[in-house]
Ligand binder design. Structure first.
Ligand code: 5GP
Length: 120
């Protein structure tokens, strides 16, 4: 079972406006902002507005509308950043072995350089 959602996690605080972020996109379902410690020339994070710990939690509990809205938001963010033509990379870390540090689902959007076989 997934851990309970922690309302004090840093992305919950960003969603509530208690912490600043460099926002690039927001709609009913999702918020996107620059990663504070970028690993590529473009490194964005897309998070759902709902209280989901991880991809696993989201896939199990979110409504079809939330899932569709979030997936579309990720695509929108990548297009707005000009990434589809050169290409880009998406990543979601899940749990301990996945090295997930912030317990609110986030998809990393990396772009602006050539990537290689895997990020490990
Ligand atoms: P994870 O390892 O959980 O997949 O990635 C968490 C990401 O969140 C890291 O890339 C980290 O740099 C980023 N991050 C952590 N705290 C903050 C913050 O307060 N603001 C922003 N914009 N990014 C953060």
């Amino acid at each position: 079972a997934t851990q309970p959602y922690d309302d004090d996690n840093v992305f919950a605080r960003i969603l509530r406006g208690e912490l600043p972020s460099r926002k690039v996109y927001e709609d009913e379902w999702a918020l996107a902002f620059h990663d504070i410690n970028p690993q590529a020339p473009i490194h964005l994070l897309v998070i759902p507005k709902g209280r989901y710990v991880s991809w696993d939690d989201f896939a199990a509990k979110a409504s079809d509308a939330e899932i569709a809205g979030f997936v579309r938001a990720v695509g929108h963010v990548a297009r707005e950043a000009g990434l589809p033509a050169p290409g880009y990379r998406l990543l979601a870390n899940v749990g301990g072995h996945g090295h997930q540090e912030v317990p609110h689902l986030h998809v990393h959007v990396f772009g602006g350089r050539q990537f290689h076989a895997m990020l490990v």
